[in-house]
Ligand binder design. Sequence first.
Ligand SMILES: [Zn+2]
Length: 250
Amino acid sequence: MIRKLYLNLFIIAVLVGLLGALSGCKGKRLISRDEEIRIGRQAGDEFEARYGLDRNSQVRAEVNRIGADIARVAQPPNYPYEYRVLADSQPNAVAFPGGRIYIFRGMVEVLKGNPDKIAWVLGHETTHVAHQHAVRRLERQLGQQIAIELLLGEKKDIAKIAGLISDLVVLDYGRDKEYEADRVGMFYAHRAGYDPTAAVAVLEMFQEIQGRDPNDLAIMFATHPGNNDRINHAKHYLDNQGWTGHYYSP
Ligand SMILES: [Zn+2]
């Protein structure tokens, strides 16, 4: 019995390792793009049901307009991006695999509705989709899920998986991918005609809010290398691009 347990644990370890390695390989995909979009939408619906959509049609229209500008320049890959506003006071934003992006009302408020700042935040989240940070994480999770299901002889349950991602989405992607999202977010904002230096102002403001209440901004700015690093990283990128603007010039 004990022996069988060890054997099972060993098989899980091997499968998790194997699938993890597979999903980590460039070019090898565990799930198709259609599945990515379908699962991301379902997980998004679940997340949305938790907070509800914001009723302010002016804010919604503004976010849609800016989101459409970002989505236009974030190609390829061509994802069906949707930008929605959640009725919650947290200053947060999240991205689901396949293109569903949520900005919380609290975020729009701390940005004071400034289009350049909103453009960068949406650009940051859009990068997590376009550069497939979101789907890779989903694949890693699926890899483990599939390994366990294979062992237990269970059937893959999309609803369960969607539930899993809607919880996962509140975590950050790790330092490198967050830096990448910061940079590419500026790139998208610039290409879409917004002032990319707004990123610096937003990061500085987050740093200030976080100093006041470290629990805030759990999503976009959770476990990050001190925000100073992110601010410096953003300035460095702007310097390299030779971009100056209303919020930063070297
Ligand atoms: Zn991020």
